[in-house]
Every structure is written in structure tokens, then in C-alpha cells.
Ligand binder design. Structure first.
Ligand code: F6R
Ligand code: ZN
Length: 191
């Protein structure tokens, strides 16, 4: 088998876009239909335009065990009603796969939960590493007023299960109350 060559790339401030990447994914408001608590605020915002919510820069590696898929995730600042801009969030299809995040810029949080009903919210600030253990669904939320930028890496065979979260969201939501982030119960969540 032909072996790959080692490679490097740079993540320079202030933008932290990788100097080399293979895919650039952009998600806009229309991709998040049904995910925000305040449906009226969602429709009103969408009527003004399909705003960009987050972007992912990926480096192509084979989707097999032994590889590490990695890249940069950028969640833009903003809110739908009182709920902060966030990623769709997902379980890994192979539940027993972890992920590691390193926060490079901005202010935010990772909202997480397991199929067993445990939940956790960890704050993301520049310089902080977050380990998402196997079985934990994860969603990044931007609670600040600048881009939330993270580096991520996860096993090549993990896969993404978006459907479970799309059905009723996460147990907990992150909203702004009196100018600060607050964790509230998701009324749609009923597992
Ligand atoms: C990969 C991973 C991140 C997210 C990215 C966008 O397993 O967790 O790279 O893919 O932050 O979020 P989603 O994929 O939930 O739209
Ligand atoms: Zn993931």
C-alpha cells in the first residue's frame, strides 16, 4: 500500500482559515428550518434574506478507522429571537466515536447530550480544548459578538447522524437573558 506523506497547514489569526483545505461548507438560515424555538422570529429573519450561519473548512481524508477527519468550524454571531446562532448538531453514526475541539477565537459553548438523557454545556473560549466523549451529540453555539472559531478532529469512520437531532432538537437550548447566555429546557424535547 502506498503511504501518504505527512502534511502541514497554517491557521493564522485573525481569520484562522486553513492555508490548505479541500471542502468549504456554508450553512445558511434556510438549512435550520424547525431547529429554532421561536418559529415566528425564524420566519421573519428568513424573509429578510438567507443569512449565513456557519462555515466548515474540511481537509479530505479517507472515511475509515485509523484516519482523523479534521478542519475548522466557524459559527457567525447572531440570534434567532433570543436563541444564539448554532450548528445543526449531530450524533456520530458510530456512537462510540469521540471528537476533540480546540477553540481559537470568539465566545461560545458546546451543547451536548447522550441517548441516555445526560446533558452538558461547556463554555468555549480561545485556548480551551474540549473533549467530546463517545456517545455525546454536540452542537456549537456562538454566544459572543464575533466569529466562534474551533479546530476539530474525529475518527474517520464516525459518520454523522443529523436525523435524531432534527426530530426534536437538543434537551437544552442556549438563549440570551438580560444580556447573558442562559440554559433553558427545550419544550420540543420529549424522549
Ligand atoms: C464533525 C463535527 C464538526 C461539525 C461542524 C458543523 O463531526 O462535529 O466538524 O460538523 O461544527 O456542525 P454540523 O455538522 O452539526 O452541521
Ligand atoms: Zn461531530
Amino acid at each position: 500500500m502506498m503511504s501518504d506523506l505527512p502534511f502541514t497547514f497554517e491557521l493564522d489569526a485573525p481569520g484562522f482559515r486553513p492555508s490548505h483545505y479541500d471542502n468549504h461548507i456554508r450553512r445558511t438560515l434556510s438549512a435550520m428550518r424547525g431547529q429554532y424555538l421561536d418559529q415566528a422570529a425564524y420566519e421573519a429573519l428568513l424573509a429578510e434574506g438567507d443569512a449565513p450561519l456557519y462555515e466548515v473548512y474540511e481537509l479530505n481524508r479517507p472515511h475509515v478507522a485509523g484516519e482523523l477527519l479534521h478542519g475548522i468550524s466557524i459559527v457567525h454571531p447572531g440570534k434567532v429571537g433570543e436563541e444564539y446562532y448554532m450548528t445543526k448538531g449531530h450524533f456520530h453514526t458510530v456512537l462510540e466515536t469521540a471528537e476533540i475541539y480546540y477553540c481559537l477565537h470568539g465566545q461560545g459553548a458546546m451543547v451536548m447530550e447522550t441517548p441516555e438523557g445526560e446533558w452538558a454545556v461547556e463554555t468555549l473560549v480561545p485556548g480551551r480544548v474540549l473533549y467530546v466523549p463517545p456517545r455525546w451529540a454536540h452542537r456549537s453555539v456562538n454566544t459572543g459578538d464575533e466569529d466562534l472559531i474551533t479546530f476539530f478532529a474525529y475518527p474517520g469512520h464516525a459518520g454523522h447522524d443529523y436525523g435524531t437531532i432534527e426530530q426534536q432538537g437538543f434537551r437544552k437550548l442556549l438563549v440570551e437573558r438580560a444580556g447573558s447566555p442562559a440554559i433553558i429546557d427545550n419544550p420540543r424535547w420529549a424522549r
